[in-house]
Each structure stands twice: as C-alpha cells, then as structure tokens.
Design a protein around this ligand. Structure first.
Ligand SMILES: Cc1cc2nc3c(=O)[nH]c(=O)nc-3n(C[C@H](O)[C@H](O)[C@H](O)COP(=O)(O)O)c2cc1C
Length: 310
C-alpha cells in the first residue's frame, strides 16, 4: 500500500494525485504517451476546444525569452467533433481523468461546449478559458480585452456554463488584472467549483534590426519560470479570499516548484510549457511530491495545502 496519500478532490473532481498539465502544452495527451504513461497523472487537461476547428494565428507563433517563452498560438485546435471522435476513446481506454478546456465567443457557446462534452463522455471536468490573450487583434486600442478582466462578465459566463452541465466547472482566469480577487470572487459567486490560475502574462518582443514584432500576432502570452513568482503570489491572494479550491500553475518545472503552489493554498497544480523541455516533467513532479512527503513524514498531501509557515 502507498504510505502517502496523494489523492485530492478538486471541486468535485477526484484525482489520484494533485498533478495535471496546463491546457495547450500537452495536446490531447496522446503524443505524450510515447514518453510516459499519462494515466500516472492526476488528470490530463486538453488544449482549448472550440465548437469548430481553428487554424490559429499567423506565424511566428512562439519564441524563447529569458527564463520562459512567448506564445500567440491563437487557439489552434481540432474542434469539438474531432476531439470527441478521435481523442476521447484513447483517453478513456487509458482511464485518464479528463479536464476539457473550452473556449467560446459567447456564454451560449461555452454552455454548448460543456453540455456536449458531458453528454458524449468527453470530460470529467470543464475548465473554461476566459483568459486567452491571443484571439483579439492587438492593432486595435483595447483590442485585447478579456472576459476574465471583467468581474461582471466572469459572473455571467460562469452562470451560463454551470447551467449547462453537472460536471465540475473550473474557471481559468487571467493574471492581466490589477486585483485577481475580484474576478475570482465573481467566478465563485457564479457557481464555479474551482479556479485555475494563472494563464499567461501579456507580453511582446521587437526585433530592432527589422523594427518588426517577433510574433505574427504582435503580442503574446508569457509563460515559464519567469512568471512563477507572479503566479504563486496570485494563487496565494486568491486562496485567502475564496472558499472554492484553486488549481495553480505558472512556471512549474519541478516538485519543489509545485510545492510552492500547494503551500500557497492551491489544491492541485498544472505543469505547463516545461513539458516542452522535458516531456515527462509532470510525472517527475508526481514522483517528487511523493518523495518530499516521505522525507517530511507527511501522510496526506492535503495537509500541505495552504501550510506555508509565517
Ligand atoms: C504554447 C502554449 C499554448 C497554450 N494554450 C492554451 C490554451 O489553449 N488554453 C488555455 O487555457 N491556456 C493555454 N496556455 C496557457 C497555459 O495553460 C498556462 O496557463 C500558462 O502557460 C502558464 O503555465 P506555464 O508557465 O507552466 O506554461 C498555453 C500556453 C502555452 C505556452
């Protein structure tokens, strides 16, 4: 028998350990199964799904930055129908817990995605991406306004999604706000079962030789180790204000990084773009968390949640 309990409950979703992957950094899981058994993860979170397939933004769409990367993928994805037909059978056969990340243009579209995913057994939980920085035209002033930047809209969208499904609903928020607590409380008021934090930080990069932006979309989202301290702080802020749990992410590359999020109050964590550097990073985090618990005599990982000493 495993001497350490790693199992957590994230807003009604049972996970055998607190580690998932961040949407958009793990495809639909299948490609990564060549590197390790993806069913070892607490859950697999899939790339944002839209009702219809999307080709995404013009290239270049990613670039490396000091201690991180900028991306402006623009929600390229295979669309709901192909996902249900081509990707879900494999994930179900492997007994993976599925967090299906969704993106819509209206509250109704989010609701439709959530309803279909539940009806077709394509998800165990819904993560609604209200915070994609890469689907607006950056040339327009305020062209980048996100649903997650308006607490009123967060409330409206969350209610619409909750009304469409009985699955646990996680609301993924943006760090590009003055105070993360406001949209987080709005999501909670709307009935969210958990909050996912953080999406990428808005950024841009210019090539002085050509005087042109290095991303086709001009602006993109910053991820990776560079954003980790920002993410830990936002998770801490949110956790102190919320009654619902938080799924923490942003720059996690090791169990030590993941522990910071748990100690700040996150119930579970997601490994994002560091899977690009080492495809089995998330598995290493699972193993490292267990080793840490054994080393520190922790019998239940839940005892670490919010256990930062002050
Ligand atoms: C290439 C790339 C694509 C992403 N696509 C999505 C997406 O489709 N939906 C979403 O909610 N977040 C998306 N994200 C954001 C990640 O899920 C995560 O919130 C963010 O990258 C912070 O974690 P990290 O620093 O560990 O990568 C993407 C991130 C990257 C790097």
């Amino acid at each position: 028998m495993n001497p350490v309990n790693l199992a957590v409950n994230l807003g009604g979703l049972s996970m055998k350990n607190p580690v998932t992957v961040a949407s958009g950094t793990f495809g639909y899981g299948d490609e990564y199964n060549h590197y390790f058994d993806i069913s070892r993860l607490g859950a697999v979170t899939v790339k944002s799904l839209t009702l219809r397939p999307r080709a995404g933004n013009a290239p270049p769409r990613i670039m490396e930055t000091p201690a991180g990367m900028l991306n402006a993928i623009g929600l390229q994805n295979i669309g709901l129908e192909s996902y249900l037909r081509e990707k879900v059978p494999f994930l179900r056969e492997k007994n993976c817990v599925i967090i299906a990340n969704i993106y819509g243009y209206t509250p109704d579209e989010y609701g439709e995605l959530a309803r279909r995913l539940e009806e077709e057994n394509g998800a165990d939980a819904i993560e609604a991406n209200l915070s994609c920085p890469n689907v607006h035209d950056a040339r327009h002033a305020r062209g980048g306004a996100l649903v997650a930047q308006s607490p009123e809209k967060v409330l409206e969208y969350t209610r619409a999604i909750k009304a469409a499904t009985t699955l646990p609903v996680f609301i993924k928020l943006s760090p590009n706000v003055a105070d993360i607590v406001e949209p987080a409380l709005a999501a909670q008021q709307g009935g969210a079962d958990a909050i996912s934090l953080i999406n990428t930080l808005l950024g841009m990069d210019i090539d002085p030789e050509t005087r042109t932006p290095r991303l086709g979309n001009i602006v993109g989202g910053l991820s990776g180790p560079a954003i980790r301290p920002v993410a830990v702080k936002m998770v801490w802020d949110a956790c102190r204000a919320l009654e619902i749990p938080v799924l923490g992410m942003g720059g996690i590359s090791s169990a030590e990084d993941a522990l910071q999020f748990l100690l700040a109050g996150a119930r579970a964590v997601a490994v994002g773009c560091m899977s690009f550097r080492r495809p089995d990073t998330a598995l290493k985090v699972v193993e490292g968390l267990e080793a840490y618990c054994m080393r520190h005599g922790i019998v239940d990982i839940n005892d670490l949640v919010g256990a930062m000493r002050l």
